[in-house]
Design a protein around this ligand. Structure first.
Ligand SMILES: NC(=O)c1ccc[n+]([C@@H]2O[C@H](COP(=O)([O-])OP(=O)(O)OC[C@H]3O[C@@H](n4cnc5c(N)ncnc54)[C@H](O)[C@@H]3O)[C@@H](O)[C@H]2O)c1
Length: 355
């Protein structure tokens, strides 16, 4: 099957996806954005049609795969309409704003025999793939420390003035909520949760705590302690911070994993999200058996491009593969349970749905 794309949303994130389509000579048939000028600019290199209404993408008979890059609040409606119309779907994260909705979308895709990819592109760093292959050597995993510390210039969101896009607007939500559906937990934590699920697996419960401000509807800091059935514990921290020189590249981006097991320790740091085609993750493995450290150097890649290449190849083969239809659901379930725990100030058993 030849992939013929229709794209909804031509904003900031779309540049990475369109670059992948250009590099891979992927056929883009139509681009829709409320801002028709943005759609026109994105469509031009592909000689694609242009629309301001996403329904035109779904209705286009040439399109067999719908790519959704519009704000997260629009995802569920557009994904559902695309699946109902018999189209495969590639959707930016998060898949929807609720775990039950994301589960239902996975089920719908499965029932219709259609492919559904929620794009968590950080899995596609070669270093993450190597980390996954090393994990069995860690033996029994005792603890995980994972975090995303994201710089916000020098703004002090802990005690200072709250600025756009974090400030709650007249309609009761901030710009960041309108775009992404939440604060640092959703924006940054979603990626870390996807990697935690991919590398370590599904936790049984969560206890979370957040730093909130009156002038904002989103979290500035979220901590979560995840417990596993086998007594492994994972500690997550998401943090919008004012320190512009922290992190392994000293660029204010401090994100990654420390995973400890009976067989050793794995350290993984992932680079600034929108410049990663120039930067490689850092991956180190301590082997407890012989006391050696190994550093893994990998070639910088753009993970968005790697992800799109993989998704389109799977669509050509008509195979969902290991990156299953419930990747988006699992992350949304962890996000929802974490938020509930922080709000209720209690441990929440995570109500995983059987897939
Ligand atoms: N993977 C990542 O690391 C990452 C990073 C940033 C954003 N995102 C996700 O990407 C998505 C888009 O983010 P962005 O930064 O590009 O936002 P953006 O605001 O720059 O772009 C969104 C675009 O969608 C258009 N749009 C809004 N509603 C629409 C509708 N109903 N129909 C058609 N077009 C519509 C807007 O006009 C805008 O051009 C969000 O879901 C966000 O969570 C992912």
């Amino acid at each position: 099957m030849k992939v013929q794309l229709g794209v909804v949303g031509a904003g900031y994130i779309s540049r990475f996806h369109f670059r992948a389509y250009q590099k891979n000579s992927t056929d883009v048939r139509i681009v829709a954005d409320l801002n028709e000028e943005a759609a026109r600019a994105a469509a031009a290199p592909f000689n694609a049609a242009v629309a301001s209404d996403w329904q035109a993408v779904i209705d286009n008979p040439d399109v067999n795969t719908v790519v959704i890059l519009s704000p997260s609040s629009t995802h569920a409606t557009v994904v559902r309409a695309a699946l109902e119309a018999g189209k495969h779907v590639i959707c930016e994260k998060t898949l929807s704003l609720s775990a039950s909705e994301s589960f239902a979308l996975g089920k719908l895709a499965e029932e219709k025999g259609l492919l559904l990819f929620t794009s968590y592109m950080k899995r596609f760093f070669p270093a993450v793939q190597i980390a996954k292959s090393i994990l069995p050597r860690l033996g029994f995993i005792t603890s995980v420390y994972c975090r995303t510390y994201q710089g916000v210039g020098r703004a002090d969101l802990y005690t200072g003035e709250i600025i756009h896009p974090w400030l709650t607007e007249a309609d009761g939500t901030s710009r960041i909520t309108k775009l992404s559906g939440g604060g640092i937990l959703v924006c940054g934590g979603s990626h870390i949760f996807d990697l935690l699920l991919y590398l370590v697996g599904k936790p049984a419960g969560v206890y979370a705590h957040q730093l909130l401000r009156e002038e904002s509807d989103v979290d500035m800091v979220t901590h979560a302690m995840f417990d596993y059935d086998n007594d492994c514990t994972a500690h997550f921290e998401g943090n919008w911070h004012p320190h512009d020189r922290i992190g392994y590249q000293r660029d204010g981006w401090d994100e990654g994993f420390e995973i400890n097991g009976t067989g050793g320790r794995l350290l993984l740091n992932t680079p600034l999200w929108n410049g990663s085609e120039h930067l490689s993750p850092q991956l180190r493995f301590y082997n407890a058996e012989d006391g050696t450290w190994t550093d893994y150097g990998t070639v910088p890649v753009c993970p968005f491009e790697e992800a799109e290449k993989y998704f389109c190849e799977q669509i050509v083969k008509q195979e969902q593969g290991d990156y299953d239809r419930y990747v988006g659901y699992r992350v949304d379930q962890l996000l929802e349970s974490t938020q509930l725990s922080a709000t209720e100030n209690m441990r929440i058993p995570i109500p995983w749905q059987d897939v």
